[in-house]
Each structure stands twice: as C-alpha cells, then as structure tokens.
Design a protein around this ligand. Structure first.
Ligand code: OSB
Ligand code: MG
Length: 382
C-alpha cells in the first residue's frame, strides 16, 4: 500500500518559490511553571523562529531545538550554523520539495535544522496557494485528540494536583515524567487515585538494563506505554527490555528517521513510536514514518517540544496524517505560557479535543509586537 501511495508524495512534488528574505529570530518565553525532566529543568522556552518572505507573503516556522543539548544533540546554536552555512545555500527556486530533501541528505543528521527550513517552505507554499497545511498534505481536517506531559514535581501531592487538573480538562491521556528514585511509588499514587486514566510515563533515557527489576514493577499499573526508558541513542537494548516487559515501550530520542523506525520495529524494540516532526527532519519524513508504522501495526503519536504557537500548530496539522493513532503531547497554550507569540491560543473543547487552527498555512497569526517584546536575537540570513 505505501509503495503505491508514498505518504509524502503530495508534498515532495511541490515546487519551492523564489525567496526574497530569510530571518532567524530567537525569542525567550517564560514558562508558567518550571518543566522538570530526568535530563534538565527548563524555566523558559528559548525558541529559534524562521521567517521566510516571498512575493509579499511571509511564513514562520519554528526550530524545536533548545539552547542546550540535554534532550537532543542539536541546539539553537548548531541549528543556526547548519541552516545558515549548509542548508539555506542549497535552496533554489524551482526545485521540488523532494529534490530539496535529497540535497539536504548530504548533511548528516541535524533534523531539527532541516525541519525548520522544510516546514517553513511548506507553510509558505500553503499560504501562497491559500490552503491550510493539512489540505496541502492532502489530509482532511478532524478534531485532534489532546494529551498532556506533566513534568517532575516536588511532591506526590503536587503531582496529584496536576493530574487532577488534567483529568478535569478531559485530556485524552496523561503522561508523567519519571526518573530514578522518582518512579514506582509516584506512579502508584496516581494510579490509585485515577484507576481508569489513560496514563503513561516518560523516563527520557534515565534507566539501564540493570534496572530491569524496577522497570518490571511498572507493569502493575496498566500504563499505555513507557517512553524511552533506556539510553537516548539505544535501539538494541530496548528490544531486550521489551521482551521482559508487558507494558509497551515507546521510543522517542532514539528515532531520528524512517530507517531508525524500521530498525526498531524489526528488532521489536518498541510497540509505539513518538514522532516529533523536528527530531525526524520535518513533515515529509514524519508522514513516511507514521504510514510505515500503521502498515505494521505500530501505533504512533505526535510528541511536542514545548513549542510556541507556531510549532504547536504544525504538530496539530501533522496529526491529520495517516497512522497517528494515539493522543500526542498536544496540550493547551496556557499549560506553558501566559502569553504566546502567536494567536489564537490552543484550547481544549469540552470533550478534550483540539480544533485545527483555521485559515491558510498553519492558521495561527504571529503577533509582531509580541515577537519584538520577547526577541533576544535577530539575524537576517538572506
Ligand atoms: O521527552 O517528550 C519529551 C519536552 C521537551 C523535551 C522532551 C520532551 C518534552 C515533553 C513535553 O515531554 C512535550 C510538550 O508538552 O510539548
Ligand atoms: Mg519523550
């Protein structure tokens, strides 16, 4: 099926327009509360945004890297370097997006940098055609299920309060971060209070195979999955762990491409994959991975990187693609920021679903005054 209908073919055939101007703008938005994980605690979102102008139309995209390499090897600094010195010089008017992607392959890795340029061009093309991004992808609109990622908390009481709030909002599933020493008993507390909750955990690679007895204890809690329990770069040992665990393993950090997904599936390293469009190099590779997984009975969902309204909207549109079978990390804007740089904010409807932002492109408007207020760096590249 996928061979007759390559899932990203409709995007691959689009032609890149002539670009008049490109800017990188870095904004720093304070989080409403610190976001704690096993690898770092972030207190604000430092997001590098790209603005591409063509024939009087301007498109914004967002690089999902952080200023630090604690979740992923790319940083805003490396992404800027790769975009400026290697990717943008490869972009020529008249080339198809498929050709662009082929040229980009010469640069090894750096998917977050690649996604910033690729998504920016796709959003620009959508705007010029007057189409929403999901229409450009050839996908019908639908209500998008919500999911929330709750960071590490200071106490079980604080954790329970956060879960309670999420349950009241009708989030489609709740994920909590775990780390060594803050796991089984915290999970038990949530499960005892919310026996029917669609519930999962994310370790961001904090455990080793030698922690097998502890990880197996998680099987008692009816979790939807345990995300990235072992090292950020591992696929092989996750297969050994999955053989020993009842709970489905979901890979996040380890999956950078369709080839990685194929390896993980062949090795039976996971039963679920978290697709972050930035981490895998953009919308086209995301669509390929999702369809490939769907054909093999592997569930996928869209992860998040605490994006501003720009990246958040891209993630929402992506979830119309074939294969996105589970709620992702797509939560309300107010979960992160008092004031985003784009509007309208993402909100849940009374059933816990999200409407795709309406209108051409990603459907959200970047508010220039808010960008200016939050900008900590601005550079014209072209
Ligand atoms: O591991 O999924 C992760 C945020 C930053 C870096 C890594 C991760 C996360 C999240 C939050 O879990 C996702 C979101 O709410 O956007
Ligand atoms: Mg994760």
């Amino acid at each position: 099926m996928t061979s007759n209908h390559p899932p990203a073919a409709v995007l691959e055939s689009l032609v890149a327009p002539k670009i008049d101007r490109v800017d990188l703008v870095t904004v720093k938005l304070p989080f409403v509360a610190p976001f704690g994980t096993s690898v770092y605690v972030w207190t604000d979102k430092e997001a590098m945004l790209m603005r591409i102008e063509s024939g009087g139309v301007d498109a914004w995209s967002e690089c999902v890297s952080d200023p630090d390499p604690f979740y992923f090897y790319e940083t805003n600094g490396t992404a800027r370097h790769i975009i400026k010195d290697f990717l943008l010089p490869l972009v020529e008017p008249g080339m198809t997006m498929g050709e662009l992607e082929t040229r980009f392959r010469r640069v090894r890795g750096h998917g977050m940098a690649k996604a910033t340029v690729e998504n920016g061009l796709l959003i620009l093309i959508a705007l010029q055609k007057g189409l929403s991004l999901h229409d450009l992808m050839g996908r019908p609109g639908k209500k998008i299920p919500s999911g929330i990622s709750i960071g590490l908390k200071e106490s079980p009481a604080e954790l329970l309060a956060a879960v309670e709030k999420a349950v009241a909002k009708k989030y489609g599933r709740v994920k909590m971060k775990i780390k060594k020493g803050q796991d089984v008993e915290w999970v038990r507390a949530v499960r005892e209070r919310f026996p029917d909750l669609r519930f999962m955990v994310d370790a961001n690679g904090d455990y080793a195979l030698s922690d097998l007895p502890l990880l197996k204890e998680l099987d008692a809690f009816g979790l939807m999955m345990v995300e990235q329990p072992l090292s950020y770069s591992d696929i092989f040992e996750h297969a050994a762990l999955q053989r020993e665990m009842k709970t489905a393993i979901c890979l996040d950090e380890s999956i950078h491409s369709l080839a990685d997904a194929a390896a993980a599936i062949a090795l039976e390293s996971c039963r679920i994959i978290n697709i972050k469009q930035g981490r895998v190099g953009g919308l086209m590779e995301s669509m390929r991975i999702a369809a490939y997984c769907a054909d093999r009975g592997i569930d996928v969902w869209s992860g998040g990187m605490d994006e501003t309204g720009i990246g958040r909207s891209v993630n929402i549109h992506l979830q119309t693609a074939q294969g996105f079978s589970l709620p992702g990390d797509t939560s309300e804007t107010s979960n992160y920021f008092d004031e985003d740089i784009a509007e309208p904010a993402v909100v849940l409807d009374p059933d816990g679903f999200i409407d795709i932002p309406r209108g051409p492109g990603i459907g959200v408007r970047v508010v220039p005054e808010r960008v200016l207020k939050r900008a900590i760096g601005w550079e014209r590249l072209r």
